[in-house]
Design a protein around this ligand. Structure first.
Ligand code: GDP
Ligand code: MN
Length: 381
């Protein structure tokens, strides 16, 4: 999950990094009151809290000469759209006078099985552009996971991008702070583009963080953000997430429920193989209960893109009787508003089939036949 700039900055500050002083203003709040309460004066920057690339260029970052002007800009920005995403919050910060801008990021390098730190003296612009046109401006360092980012190494890197003296000390501690925040939050990315130096102190003007969704699901890190607010998920993905379901919206017409990501993806492939188009990905996971199955089926019954529903279960730790109970309960509650095709094999298969048969439902054993039937009932060939 991508965090908003203000959330990333809040986390990074808690590790000792410096950011400009600022205040978050949400839709419905009075910007000028918030600015005054926060004691902000002079030139300010108003920044739309939206998770789109190139926000600045799209009009999401604006400079104001006075708090009154900043309030006006904020009022205009709140509720407007930046690249199709509604602005629900803005971050108003003291405009930091500066001349140079740097870039720093830490990401996971899966191929190298470590973390990679990128540093550049050309911050503020698109880093891909720098990589293309001026690759020597980018320094790359692979952080050994067993040792982490050591302060002496951070200092060496700082020297390479032209920092000296107290600014270099500040840079080293900022970089280590970024690294610690990265590790503690199971992040896929921590980035600052740009950061600058003011009075020998490194200040992060912009910050981004992406946290691995599994870390949130496992409760390793807390997500305070409401997924509905990010503008990243569709309405149906938000609904699914609130139900605790792992759902991705697609553009086809065959609704899909599987247990395990691999089987669910293979199910999508099967549907495509027989000429159909999946309407979604929905993985109820290993060991799913009747309750989870019921929720998943209810959701797809309401989800308008799915014209037919294909449930493909291979029971390992998932028990077929639990799944069957969930299906029967869901059909009882909301009714079979659309055709449902079930393929059910594995643990407690007999019990599962008996439960379905009692409710007058037939289940396939062959996934290919089931896929064909789901495509046909969905209106495909
Ligand atoms: P992005 O477009 O989403 O990456 O937005 P940024 O937060 O990086 O802002 C875009 C640009 O606005 C930066 O590259 C800076 O040049 C400038 N900027 C951002 N914050 C400040 C600030 O506090 N003071 C000043 N003077 N410029 C800023
Ligand atoms: Mn930026």
């Amino acid at each position: 999950m991508k965090l908003f700039e203000y959330e990333a900055k809040q986390i990074l500050r808690s590790y000792g990094a410096a950011t400009p002083r600022g205040v978050v203003v949400a839709q419905g709040e009075d910007p000028l009151t918030k600015i005054r309460e926060a004691g902000l004066t002079g030139k300010l920057v108003v920044k739309a809290q939206v998770l789109v690339a190139g926000r600045g260029k799209a009009g999401g970052v604006k400079l104001a000469n006075t708090p009154e002007e900043a309030a006006e800009i904020a009022t205009e920005m709140l509720g407007s759209k930046i690249k199709g995403v509604t602005v629900r919050k803005v971050l108003i910060e003291e405009a930091v006078e500066h001349d140079r801008e740097w870039f720093a990021s830490i990401t996971v390098d899966r191929a190298a099985r470590d973390f990679v730190l990128l540093l550049s003296t050309e911050g503020g612009v698109d880093i891909e552009e720098v990589a293309r046109e001026n690759p020597e401006a980018i320094i790359k360092y692979h952080i050994p996971p067993e040792r982490g980012l050591l302060p002496y190494k951070a200092r060496e890197l700082g020297k390479e991008v032209g920092l000296r003296g107290r600014a270099l000390n500040s840079f080293a501690s900022t970089l280590v702070a970024m690294y610690r925040a990265f590790i503690d939050h199971y992040a896929d990315l921590v980035e600052s583009n740009p950061f600058t130096v003011v009075n020998d102190r490194v200040v992060l003007l912009d910050a981004r963080m992406i946290i691995d969704d599994s870390a949130i699901r496992l409760g390793l890190v807390k997500a305070e953000q409401d997924p509905a607010e990010t503008g990243e998920l569709s309405e149906w993905e938000v609904r699914a997430r609130r139900l605790g379901l792992n759902f991705v919206e697609l553009d086809g017409y065959v609704g899909i429920i599987g247990n395990g990501a691999g089987l669910t993806m293979a199910t999508m492939d099967l549907v495509k193989h027989f000429g159909g188009e999946p309407a979604n990905f929905l993985d109820i996971g290993g060991g799913a209960s009747a309750e989870v199955m019921k929720k998943a089926l209810n959701l797809l019954m309401e989800y308008p893109k799915a014209k037919s529903i294909f449930i493909n279960i291979f029971g390992g730790i998932t028990r077929c009787d639990e799944v069957a109970k969930g299906i029967v309960q869901a059909l009882k509650e909301v009714g079979a508003r659309k055709p449902v095709v079930i393929r059910l094999v594995g643990t407690n298969e007999e019990e599962g089939r008996a439960i379905l048969e009692e409710a007058g439902i037939k289940a396939f054993t062959d996934p290919a036949e089931a896929a064909k039937e789901a495509v046909r009932l969905g209106g495909g060939e």
